[in-house]
Design a protein around this ligand. Sequence first.
Ligand SMILES: [Zn+2]
Length: 386
Amino acid sequence: MTPFTFNTTPSIVFEPEASARLGALAGRRLGPSILFVTDPGLRRLGLCEPALASLEAEGGKPAVFDAVEADPSRATLMKAVEAGRAAGATGVVGFGGGSSLDVAKLAALLLGSGEDLDQAWGVAQAKGPRLPLVLVPTTAGTGSEVTPVSIITVGDDEKRGVSSPVILPDIAVLDAALTLGLPPAITAATGVDAMVHAIEAYASRSPNNNPLSKMLARQALRLLGANIEKAVFEGGDIEARGAMLLGSMLAGQAFANSPVAAVHALAYPIGGTFHVPHGLSNALVLPHVLRFNAPDAAHLYAEIAADAFPHLSREDGDQGRCAAFIEELAGLSKRLGMQTRLAEVGIGADDLAGMAADAMKQTRLLVNNPRPVTETDALAIYKAAL
Ligand SMILES: [Zn+2]
């Protein structure tokens, strides 16, 4: 018997237009004064308005903080906390992509407990209690609404994380209607990121890899694999959008408890140094990392290949099915119109050694990889991806 622990968001609402009933769904939990954390783009598009109106209709007073940027900084987080304090916040709503949700999680923590952020970095260091917290994702990819993690940029380029079940929200509200207008490039990159979460969670060597994560990863791949092309090319299809939102949440639940590995570790230097979006960074190294892992993980990839791509059930043997799975993933990025070579995002041969050294710093991720990765291996993987 292998012991494990599984934590997730206790209440999940999956319903088109649910954000327009946010007040009825969550108003009582949030209390009268609500810090509403979002980004300027969503505010301009008017996507927040139905949620804000419904909070007001239930007697809430939302204070909107709409200054969250991509890869949010510590300064932004502290401004959000300040806004919450000024408003006497009794609850926090995070509304947006992974960045807004990450800021909302830590704002709820710092407002609720008054603890020092510098004592909270790392795994299980955050103490709480936090303020009541409701997260409403507007992209389908990060799964942040069900992960106990928040990533903040400190100083120029350093990303630091808080990982603690304390920052899992009380309620996640999944409203697929909010994702209908996402442009194809973002839909593709975030969708592939969600697939990577499921693949890496399934094959993770984490001692906490567990039957729930494996089951969730497989169902995530079924939903994501069957719907990603439709969501990219027919963005107005609410069924496909709903499947992507649900699939990315299931993948989030999987990797929140069976963490991701070398694809993410090697993607970080691409995102950090060259400011390539997270999902695209993952897609660029995905087939190359899986090929590297295949000697140790072919049987695992073979198990999930037909979940993502049903026709692969016809492939015989672990090796054949694994190889076909990797080719399908590489082909998928191309079909979705994503860049597929590091050179296409401005990375040159001279950059690779530094990136490999950087990737080795992601020890918390690399320990979960099914095959040990050395710096020489990382460099070879980048070379293959150039
Ligand atoms: Zn990711």
